[in-house]
Design a protein around this ligand. Structure first.
Ligand SMILES: [Mn+2]
Length: 430
């Protein structure tokens, strides 16, 4: 931590004021967990080693198709976005990775960009390509598709862009490419559903062939929007078929908001893990559709159940278990730094609660068909207030016990509102 945006003295001062109360709560919880045979320090150590990446574009105010309401002081370039990511990681200590998006985050010198991130204690996570919007000067439009376009030159342009993202990723230390396409249709009959998928597969295999041997390519499915009748990679079935055809290094990425309402996402997690194709997650929450609300803000229980499957997968790796975790949500009405700190805490909390499920008791109840005992074994873990563990982990890692209090006291956003140029569309609509 050589270049931290928030005063270390301010963090220390706040932590000192709340440390006695935290210790009291942590010790009390430790005694409670001890009676359940759980060592609180072991859970705390798991939390300390848990990380979830933040998206560079998530540092800006998102928007909807109706409007975006910029925030004074929000970042307008990758350098300012990195500074905001540094604030999030400095205070929360669980978000060391930044997932960049191209061409939004293009610069002239990627070696310097990597060093800039490293100086904040950050590293670059998966690179994200963008073939869902046209860029100024672009030769071929993506209006009717990119990797699945009927136009060969358009497909080639989309392939070239993804390969360029891989090349950039190599320079900034990334090991994964995430591919999401908005390809699909808005009218029945607009395209042949089978041949669109064939064209996507042929083009995606060209991207796959440019993948370094130690990388993974993650396919992100999305049920609808911008295509409202059919999407080429609409669900985990299409994603799995594509990943299986493309090769071992190709995996499926589960974005929690990209499913039909009420879909059992935790079961999809279990199925993809079974197939050795669970590549990663985009965490967010949703009420009616893909509304990209803050992770766990609507349905924290579902998030817990997803982590319950992830812990099961971790214990039974089968064909391998190394998923990438990333927050991917749209902050339309909050300060994105506060939202991502809140979400990172919620996500780590669900991980901690899933980690304290009595697995032996759960498996025994499942095998014996003791329905209520199996349910209560999960519920006991879910109902545990793990916030003292999360706060203690932050304190021990040099973060803030009360991240919101420290952040507000720092007046960081007010200072940036003076220093940074006014925002137009800012970091991009997501
Ligand atoms: Mn996503």
């Amino acid at each position: 931590m050589t270049n931290m945006p928030i005063s270390a003295e301010l963090v220390a001062e706040h932590n000192a004021a709340s440390r006695d109360a935290l210790s009291d709560e942590y010790d009390s919880l430790g005694r409670k967990l001890g009676r359940r045979g759980i060592a609180i320090d072991a859970i705390k150590e798991k939390v300390k080693s848990f990380g979830v990446a933040v998206p560079s574009w998530g540092t800006g105010r998102g928007g909807t198709r109706f409007a975006k309401f910029p925030l004074a002081g929000e970042p307008t370039n990758i350098h300012e976005k990195l500074e905001d990511c540094a604030v999030i990681h400095q205070l929360g200590r669980s978000t060391p990775g930044v997932s960049p998006h191209f061409p939004w985050d293009c610069v002239d010198d990627y070696t310097a960009l990597r060093e800039e991130a490293n100086a904040y204690g950050l590293v670059f996570d998966a690179v994200n390509s963008n073939t869902f919007q046209d860029q100024p000067g672009q030769a071929h439009t993506y209006a009717t598709g990119s990797l699945s376009s009927t136009v060969e030159a358009t497909r080639q342009q989309a392939i070239d862009h993804n390969v360029e993202c891989i090349e950039i990723g190599k320079q900034i230390g990334s090991k994964a490419l995430t591919v999401w396409v908005g390809d699909g249709t808005n009218f029945p009959g607009q395209q042949d559903l089978g041949r669109s998928f064939d064209r996507y597969l042929a083009a995606a295999s060209q991207v796959y062939s440019a993948l370094p041997g130690d990388w993974k390519m993650m396919l992100e499915h999305k049920m609808f929007e911008p295509a409202f009748y059919s999407s080429v990679i609409s669900d985990w079935g299409s994603s799995l078929m594509a990943a299986q055809q493309l090769g071992d290094q190709c995996k499926c990425l589960v974005d929690l908001g990209h499913h039909a309402p009420n879909v059992n996402i935790e079961q999809i997690v279990a199925r993809l893990h079974h197939a050795g194709k669970l590549g990663g997650f985009h965490f967010n929450d949703s009420k009616y559709g893909d509304d990209d609300l803050d992770s766990g803000s609507i349905n924290p229980h579902q998030l817990f159940l997803v982590f319950n499957e992830l812990i099961e997968a971790e214990l039974s790796p089968g064909k391998g278990f190394d998923p990438s975790y990333m927050i991917d949500q749209s902050h339309n009405v909050t300060d994105p730094i506060e939202s991502m700190l809140s979400s990172a805490e919620t996500i780590a909390g669900c991980y901690a609660r899933a980690a304290m499920v009595d697995r032996d008791a759960l498996h025994a109840a499942q095998d014996g068909n003791d329905v209520m005992l199996a349910f209560r074994t999960l519920r006991t873990a879910y109902e545990t207030d793990v916030t003292p563990i999360l706060a203690m982990a932050r304190d021990e890692l040099g973060g803030a016990i009360d991240w919101l209090g420290v952040y507000r006291s720092s007046k960081y956003r007010d200072r940036k509102a003076q220093e940074r140029k006014a925002v137009g569309l800012g970091a991009g609509i997501v």
